[in-house]
Each structure stands twice: as C-alpha cells, then as structure tokens.
Design a binder for this molecule. Structure first.
Ligand SMILES: [Zn+2]
Length: 336
C-alpha cells in the first residue's frame, strides 16, 4: 500500500486500531537500516498473527536539540537532504514491488520545534501522516497559544500531536513533574490537538533505571478528556513489562527510538571483537590483544574476509538485532 498520508485515512487506521485494542507503534529512524528493520519486524509479526496489513509509523526528528535525526541521515548533515531521503526511502519501501507493500505505513515528524523548525513547518504537511508540534519548552500559556495557532492552520492536512509537558532527557538536572489531569484537559481543549504527549514518568534516552511509568495518571487524564488520545514518549526508559497494558490506560501511540540503537550496538561490538582478524587482519588483531583491548577468545589469526569487513556485515548485525527488539514491542502493542 502506498505510504498513508491522507488525514482521513490516518484517522481511520487509528479508529480500527482502537477497535482491536492496538496501540500504534511509532519507531524513529535515522538510517535506512533502522527503517527496514522496523518494516521487516512488522511484516513478520503480521505473518505470525495472520494480519498482513498491520499499521506502523516511522518517524524522524528534525532540528530537535536532543537529537537531530534528519542531520544524521546523510553525511551531508543537511536536514533537507536527510528528510527527503528518509521520506523517499519509505515511499519506495511501500511500493507495489516491495515485500512491505501490504503494511499500512505512516510517516511522522517527531518533536518538530515551533522556532528552529520554522522552515520545515512551511513545507506542505500533506506529505506526512502526523506531526508532533513541540512548543513544550515554552511556558504553558505560550505553548498553548502557539500550538492552537498551528492546529488552526493545519488541522485539515495532518494529524497533530501536541506536547503538553516536556519529556526530559535522562541524566540531566531538570526535574519535571507528572502532568496533572487538569493541566492536560486545559491543554487539550484549548489547543484542539488530535493527541498529546504528557509526562507519565518516562524519560528520553534513559536506561531502565528506577523510572516508573504511571498508568494511573494516564487513565485519569483520559477520563478527564473523555478519550484515548495519549502518546507515550520515552518508552526505552522503562521495562517492557511496564508497557503491557497501555491500551487500557488510554495510550493510542507509542514512540520508541533509544532502545533500537542502545541495545543493538553491544551485539555489534561483541560480534566484531569475536571476529577481529577476519575484519581487520591478524596484525591489528594481535596488536589489540597485546594492548589488552581484545581478549584471548577473539580471532587473531584469520585473514581479512569479504564476508566480514564490508559495511553490510555491520548493517546485517544491527538490522537483525533491531528487528528482534521491534518484534518484542509489537507483541505488546499489536495483539492477535
Ligand atoms: Zn520524544
């Protein structure tokens, strides 16, 4: 199916998902390997549960200071180039001759900043399925008026996710309190957003430390706004077990990124260390061993092999691991 960007079609996918008690999974991507791993995992999951047309969203951030993913997409470090390639890659992966053609794929602009992303905000919004308009760094009243202005202008073109509260980065000194139902209700009513991000205790970029996802607050907010319109960010900061009943808590979309990169990199490191000589030759492998960087079980005798030193060797490892991680989330969000 071609990439789904029509607002009504997107709304329809959310409506069908709600009937099935699904939470729409949204994975951020800053390279083609990640995008393909997500699509491959969704297609595989679809096969397992007997539904070839599962919904999934691929997302990218732009000039978001915490992570500018369009800049990472190409070595030009030009966001326009990165964003166009990301979008084209997705379109081509949804073509009639792609193995992912049956999926319902949507594209999301994540954490788009009200100020530094002004140029992107002038692009036609119709080429995207949804956008997170992020003015959460502003005082609440300004956040609300900026977001309401954006909604007024673009509501007919695109599904809009607002950011009621900032989701902080792990390890910083910021303290962010959980969003109160009252605050969420005011924000929701005054901005007119389709869905919104509130602070439910998760953080961006965190390991599963001592954070707690607060489902009870999500439920109170949904009761206050009379709908399941919440988007959960910072999923990588809590354990998968905490995320099992999101639909019942009124979460309609989850955003995931950190875990994909954080938990695939160690597998790549281990594989490369184990196959050191096949990747870099015996002289370097021996030198790294002498320096104490490699251990005694690392291959130090083989010759470099075409199977091991090209980029695709590393991509395959990352792809395989990311696909596994995505599958583990899908089992929670897209139930049989
Ligand atoms: Zn986020």
């Amino acid at each position: 199916m071609p990439l789904i960007t029509n607002r009504n079609q997107v709304l329809e996918i959310y409506a069908v998902a709600a009937e099935k008690k699904w939470v729409i999974p949204c994975f951020c991507s800053e390279n083609l390997t990640t995008t393909e791993a997500v699509l491959a995992a969704v297609a595989e999951h679809g096969k397992e549960i007997g539904d070839a047309a599962l919904p999934v969203t691929l997302a990218i951030t732009n000039l978001y200071s915490h992570r500018s993913q369009t800049l990472e997409y190409t070595c030009t470090r030009n966001w326009r180039t990165g964003l166009k390639l990301f979008l084209n890659d997705l379109k081509i992966l949804c073509d009639a001759d792609s193995p992912f053609r049956k999926l319902n794929v949507m594209v999301h602009l994540d954490h788009i900043q009200h100020d530094v992303d002004a140029e992107l905000l002038d692009w036609s919004m119709e080429q995207f399925s949804s956008i997170m308009y992020d003015a959460s760094a502003l005082p609440l009243a300004e956040n609300i008026s900026k977001t309401a202005e954006f909604v007024e202008k673009h509501r007919a073109e695109i599904l809009i996710e607002g950011a009621c509260d900032e989701i902080i980065d792990a390890g910083g000194n910021e303290v962010c309190s959980l969003t109160s139902p009252e605050k969420a209700m005011n924000y929701f009513e005054q901005t007119g957003v389709d869905m919104m991000v509130v602070n439910l205790g998760t953080e961006h970029r965190a390991g599963s430390a001592n954070l707690q996802y607060h489902g009870e607050i999500a439920r109170e907010i949904c009761f206050a706004i009379a709908g399941s319109r919440l988007v959960l960010h910072g999923c990588s900061s809590v354990t998968l077990e905490q995320l099992t009943r999101l639909f019942d808590d009124g979460i309609c979309k989850v955003n995931i990124w950190t875990t994909l990169e954080r938990d695939s990199a160690p597998v790549l490191l281990s594989e490369m260390a184990r196959n050191a000589a096949k990747i870099a030759g015996p002289i370097l492998a021996e030198k790294l061993f002498a320096e104490g960087i490699l251990g005694s079980r690392a291959d130090r005798t083989s010759n470099p092999s075409l199977e091991f030193f090209p980029t695709v060797y590393r991509q395959n490892i990352v792809f395989g691991e990311m696909r596994k991680i995505v599958r583990s989330y899908l089992r929670q969000f897209l139930l049989r």
